[in-house]
Design a protein around this ligand. Structure first.
Ligand code: ATP
Ligand code: MG
Length: 245
């Protein structure tokens, strides 16, 4: 597949400041207006929602699709909550936002989850060319280890959200390895919410409040299924090492 550039849009080769990125204009007139946010979502939290909303607004997206990973091989070192429960958690998290949707294909598919396959399928199903794949600068650091990273860069434009100590440098390092992504990448400078699913799980385990860190509906399901406590559903399915992302 040939390299494509953002249709009519201004190529971006580094960090784009939020103030420069006029809504919709950043996406250019052509291409898909779909955003795709992949993750483990164990559980989904306000950091996920804020990054999706920021991307939606700045890029003028019609829809942001949350795609929970089926078997995140990167998390083979810990138990991951069953996909069906994580799907339910994401449904609760996005409830009430008509621009947000959840896609259960990776959870439904046996075996590992591959972002490249998911993006290719979405394009083939009519999402339009060059959907926006949304990920953090921290996740970008591991991008080269994902399955078919070059294909991901060909299939999708990238929307990078700050996370970690030096997001700008993370983007520069990434572009040095994946020059084809230059002109197909927008780096936002917000939101900056230091919330992680790891922190949420630890807080639950320690009996601490997760209110205002996750939507109320998510907190309710975490309680109902007694997630993240010893012996709970979250401990039922260990992550495996068959590959993914
Ligand atoms: P864990 O702590 O279990 O790794 P997480 O909080 O990183 O969970 P994931 O589901 O792994 O959540 O994240 C999906 C995507 O969202 C990744 O690109 C991740 O880096 C990004 N992300 C998650 N939380 C934030 C946040 N607070 N700010 C910016 N990006 C985030
Ligand atoms: Mg993570």
């Amino acid at each position: 597949m040939g390299r494509r550039r953002v249709g009519g849009g201004r190529p971006v080769s580094g960090t784009r400041r939020h103030a420069d990125a006029a809504p919709a204009a950043a996406a250019g007139p052509g291409g898909s207006r779909l955003g795709v946010l992949g993750g483990t979502f164990d559980p989904p939290h306000l950091g996920h929602l804020a990054m999706a909303e920021e991307a939606r607004e700045v890029l003028g997206l019609e829809r942001v699709l949350f795609v929970p990973a089926g078997q995140p091989w990167q998390k083979a070192d810990r138990a991951v909550t069953p996909g069906t429960i994580r799907l339910a958690l994401v449904e609760r998290a996005i409830a009430g936002n008509p621009a947000f949707a959840v896609d259960g294909r990776e959870v439904a598919r046996p075996g590992p989850s591959y972002t490249a396959e998911t993006l290719a399928a979405l394009v083939a199903e009519g999402a339009g060319p060059d959907p926006w794949f949304i990920l953090s600068a921290e996740a970008l650091a591991g991008f080269g280890t994902w399955r078919e990273p070059e294909r991901i860069v060909e299939l999708a434009r990238l929307c990078i959200v700050p996370r970690g100590p030096d997001p700008r440098r993370a983007v520069e390092t990434f572009l040095a390895s994946f020059p084809a992504a230059a002109g197909r990448l927008v780096a936002l400078d917000r939101p900056r919410l230091e919330i992680s699913s790891t922190e949420i799980r630890e807080r639950v385990r320690a009996g601490r409040s997760i209110r205002y860190l996750v939507p109320d509906g998510v907190a309710e399901l975490v309680r109902r299924y007694a997630l993240y406590c010893p012996g709970s559903a979250a401990d039922a399915v260990p992550g495996d090492a068959r590959g993914g992302s």
